[in-house]
Design a protein around this ligand. Structure first.
Ligand code: NAD
Ligand code: MG
Length: 400
């Protein structure tokens, strides 16, 4: 384990390299050629984008999850005159995460598809820059236990959790911490009633007012499921329960989280809504390194506002808290049902209000059970996806 030290080159695997977080990570890495190097780049199925990133960053390994695209990747790398080694398939990630190819893993694959590589990095003692919150919703205990056992240092990349990490200077929210307060922008539909949410479109839902992000997390932000997943994430990362995690809507998205201590002091982290700050924290920690993000001029920002979340219009936050309280397999069911619901919404098969309705229905159909193994959690994830998929038609037209 090493930091972005002056003498030693830190080799970084960026999983989800073609995505929004991947781009931010590569931007920060490229600012530090003397100490940081992207050694592995992995993507889902965008071969051309991956080859272009390889031409720019010259990693030793490139991985495309979609196995049918292996030849295209290999030939594209060769045509670009690169000696980057091509790999394909989900299974290719784990040995690259665990072996000599990297010191640090940026876990920025979207969805439960990121779990295996996140776990591989945690088990191998790598520094883990964890953006993939779904892996914590699905198997948080196992990821944290694996990191604990190996000495893997997890630095949260989700902006709120990164903010908490900065306030605590660790992941240890001990008895001196009274509570953690995660802020939420409120998404594009803040202030609307349920009635006004019935006919919103995918294009409106992904147009986030403050952050530029991938489509899945943008929809999650619009439903407030993102904040629900973040409550679960905070529980695992900082070892605190539902009752010590508050959510506050803050439309300006300049305060990312606050930590209240037992003596009444509250620390907050401020910054422009740009994920490169969180990635620079993860890549440099405990040093501070240049990220390309400007400082905050509070005089020009105007007012900072705070309000309570509306869980009637946005029930996903309540559903996530209930799943966390139920424990066992419930968060995995919530996450799987949500992934199916969000992709059905993006495909036009489900209305916006169908997302919480479908998730609630699947949670009722699959009551929480004990979850003490990865196999049990993966079986639950698959089962919840089947049930959710089967139930899409029953929710499809209820609200339109
Ligand atoms: P995105 O859709 O922009 O990118 C997803 C990346 O994952 C792409 O590179 C894609 O090719 C890759 N991918 C998808 N399936 C894959 C698979 N099976 N194997 C390998 N790669 C695969 O998403 P994003 O917005 O960058 O979000 C990534 C993760 O980070 C999500 O878990 C999200 O919740 C989290 N996150 C994102 C932000 C943000 O600002 N974008 C903030 C906080 C947390
Ligand atoms: Mg966040």
């Amino acid at each position: 384990m090493q930091t972005a030290g002056r003498n030693r080159m830190q080799k970084i695997a960026v999983f989800g390299a073609t995505g929004s977080i991947g781009a931010s990570a590569l931007d920060v890495i490229a600012r530090h050629p003397e100490s940081l190097r992207a050694s592995v780049l992995a993507a889902g199925n965008k071969v051309d984008a991956l080859v272009a990133l390889c031409a720019r960053h010259r990693p030793e390994h490139a991985v495309i999850a979609d196995e049918t695209k292996f030849a295209q990747l290999r030939d594209g790398l060769r045509a670009a005159g690169l000696d980057t080694q091509a790999h394909a398939g989900d299974a290719a990630l784990d040995p690259l995460a665990a072996g000599d190819a990297c010191d640090t893993v940026v876990a920025a694959i979207v969805g439960a598809a990121g779990l295996a590589s996140t776990l591989a990095a945690a088990r191998a003692g790598k520094r883990l820059l964890l953006a993939n919150k779904e892996s914590l919703a699905l198997a948080g205990e196992l990821v944290i236990a694996a990191a604990q056992a190996s000495g893997s240092e997890i630095v949260p990349i989700d902006s709120e959790h990164n903010a908490v990490f900065q306030c605590l200077r660790s992941r240890d929210a001990d008895a001196q911490v009274r509570k953690i307060i995660l802020t939420a922008s409120g998404g594009p539909f803040r202030g609307r009633t349920r009635q006004e949410l019935k006919n919103v479109t995918p294009a409106q839902a992904v147009a986030h007012p403050k952050w530029s992000m991938g489509p899945k997390i943008s929809v999650d932000s619009a439903t407030l499921m993102n904040k629900g997943l973040e409550v679960i994430e905070a529980h695992h990362l900082f070892g605190v329960g539902n009752a010590r995690i508050d959510v506050l809507v803050h439309p300006q998205s300049l305060v990312h989280a606050l930590v209240e201590f037992v003596d009444g002091s509250t620390l907050a982290q401020f910054g422009l809504p740009d994920m490169r700050t969180a990635l620079a924290v993860g890549l440099g920690w405990p040093q501070r390194i240049e990220s390309g993000v400007a400082g905050l001029d509070l005089l020009t920002q105007g007012k900072l506002e705070f309000e309570a979340p509306d869980t009637d219009a946005f029930p996903c936050l309540r559903l996530a808290r209930e799943a966390l309280a139920a424990g066992g397999t419930a968060p995995a069911v919530l996450n799987a049902a949500n992934e199916i619901a969000v992709s059905a919404f993006l495909n036009g098969e489900l209305g916006f209000l169908g997302i919480p309705a479908l998730v609630e229905d699947v949670l009722a159909a699959l009551p929480a059970a004990r979850a003490d193994s990865l196999a049990a959690l993966l079986a639950t994830d698959a089962h919840a996806r089947r049930i959710a998929t089967d139930k899409i038609p029953t929710h499809a037209h209820r609200h339109v």
